[in-house]
Design a protein around this ligand. Structure first.
Ligand code: NAI
Ligand code: MG
Length: 491
């Protein structure tokens, strides 16, 4: 499969933007070199878009929204186009999985899982847009009042590098289902699948200008896009710092935003847990995608009587984990770029220097190219809840364990970071499942499970520093539209 990809890329090393249904270079003709995290080698280029390119993309999306055939299409017709795009993604699944995995360093099976999830988003939103209804509202005598859900207009989608294909799909699916047009800006470190799916959207028959893809650095293309007065709404997934910058930029035009800003998600393991069942889930929640997952389960809170048993079992599993090239399909791949590798290593070094116990450590495959951006997974035991490693999002394969005394203590610890994205609760006690799930400040709480099934249907988003607004499921369709109330007087 990866050989297959080399052939594809050899034919087309220079990826282009998609503006108004056409493939175009940056106005400046400048490009960004694309590196494969597995070996650090260049294998493609993308356009280095800046303000002028953003302006062209926004104008195309504006024209398509205001005057194009898109503006007169029904929800059913828009849904059929999304469904067709999903089918094209399925047909190009091997190519897209290989492209995503080479561009991001993720194991090829994760690339395949991302294709399946992306396909499922287009399928879900392809069938969902025509199920969104307004209300009729009891009002004064002689009046009838009703609501319509209307698109915002031109939406900017700023996408991170960890799951580009999936995150693009949840943005594109919901935004287009509701009749918006889009300018998508993928991350400079992982733009290839977004460009390729932008091309497939042209093949699927979306009218020109409905889905534009513009690549470039965040500080240039991203900043120009989020502050552009022609944008009506901004949706962003990424770091809280960049989220603040984007919200400030959007605020200069008083535009609405959806922000998904990561987490420090806890899993609470009570003493009655079926440990054998929980262990693989606990490990996968932090190892999937090398821990570069907004919803990574990066803290495990363990009830004191079973702390040693669970810590030992997790340590044994961590010691066997191996990081390696995407095509070797090991437990995890490389980090996205050298900066992310250093960032993770710095957290690990600081925690070890602070005397935190290393309860397990995986390895880097001996065949992995030395120039790849690998880090070995690390398990920290008996972590103090005020430690930096307990509070900050590492975005790498680093897991921290904590002991707790009782239910109150567990809830307090779970809520003791600035984040609130996802949580897991492991217990057989049904009443406790409900009590704890309700008291955790997180947008999703899994009980005796974690991050299951891609969650396309499940509303997703944060409390606190994890952001605001909801994506996925039906809720995203509300985020991607605004209510219009129409009041008739007929007395
Ligand atoms: P970032 O948040 O800066 O990048 C995400 C996206 O924002 C990219 O498309 C980037 O080009 C764009 N961007 C950057 N600066 C911008 C600006 N001023 N205006 C508009 N767009 C801008 O994330 P970065 O620096 O790549 O990663 C740093 C940390 O962010 C990670 O270690 C991780 O903790 C967090 N992160 C969280 C993600 C999540 O899924 N919640 C995804 C990616 C990163
Ligand atoms: Mg890359």
């Amino acid at each position: 499969m990866v050989q297959n990809l080399s052939r594809i890329i050899a034919q087309d090393k220079n990826f282009l933007n998609i503006i108004n249904g056409r493939r175009v270079a940056a106005l400046s003709q400048e490009t960004i070199t694309v590196l494969c995290p597995s070996d650090g080698l260049a294998f493609a280029t993308i356009p280095a878009g800046s303000a002028g390119d953003v302006d062209r993309a926004v104008s195309a999306a504006r024209e398509a929204f205001d005057h194009g055939p898109w503006s007169r299409m029904t929800a059913v017709e828009r849904g059929r186009l999304l469904t067709r795009l999903g089918r094209l993604i399925e047909q190009h699944g091997d190519e897209l999985a290989a492209l995503e995995s080479r561009d991001t360093g993720k194991p090829i099976r994760q690339g395949r899982a991302d294709v399946a999830a992306a396909m499922r988003y287009y399928e879900f939103y392809g069938g969902a847009g025509d199920k969104i209804h307004g209300d009729t509202i009891p009002f004064l005598d002689g009046y009838t009042a009703l609501t319509l859900r209307e698109p915002h207009g031109v939406v900017a989608g700023i996408i991170p590098w960890n799951y580009p294909m999936q995150i693009m799909a949840r943005v594109v699916g919901a935004a287009l289902a509701m009749g918006n047009t889009l300018v998508v800006k993928p991350a400079e470190d992982a733009s290839l699948s977004t460009i390729r799916i932008g091309e497939l959207a042209v093949d699927a028959g979306f009218p020109d200008g409905v889905l534009n893809v513009i690549t470039g650095y965040g500080r240039e293309a991203g900043a120009a896009l989020s502050s552009h007065p022609g944008i009506d709404y901004v949706t962003f997934t990424g770091s809280p710092t960049t989220g603040t910058a984007i919200q400030q930029a959007a605020a200069t035009n008083n535009r609405g935003v959806t922000m998904e800003l990561g987490g420090k998600s806890p899993q609470i393991v009570f003493a009655d847990t079926d440990i054998e069942r929980a262990l693989p889930v606990l490990v996968n929640a932090i190892i999937q995608n090398g821990g570069q997952t907004c919803s990574a389960g990066s803290r495990i809170l363990i009830e004191r009587p079973i702390y040693d048993e669970v810590a030992t079992a997790l340590g044994e599993r961590f010691n066997k984990l191996v990081a390696g090239p995407h095509d070797a399909d090991l437990d995890l791949g490389a980090m996205i770029n050298p900066a992310q590798k250093r960032r993770v290593e710095n957290y690990v070094r600081a925690a070890a220097e602070a005397g935190i116990d290393v309860a397990g450590r995986g390895s880097i495959d001996s065949n992995a190219p030395a120039a790849g951006f690998y880090v070995a997974p690390v398990l920290f035991g008996a972590v103090d809840p005020s430690a930096i490693i307990a509070q900050e999002e590492v975005f790498g394969p680093v897991l921290s364990l904590f002991a707790f005394n009782d239910e109150q203590d567990a809830i307090r610890l779970a809520n003791s970071t600035e984040y609130g994205l996802v949580a897991g609760v492991w217990t057989k006690d049904g009443a406790r499942q409900h009590r704890v799930a309700k008291r955790i400040r997180a947008g999703q709480v899994f009980v005796n499970a974690y991050g299951a099934g891609g969650g396309i249907e499940l509303p997703f988003g944060g409390f606190k520093k994890s952001g605001h607004g909801r994506e996925k499921g039906f809720e995203a369709l509300y985020d991607m539209s605004a209510t219009k109330t129409i009041i008739f007087r007929h007395d």
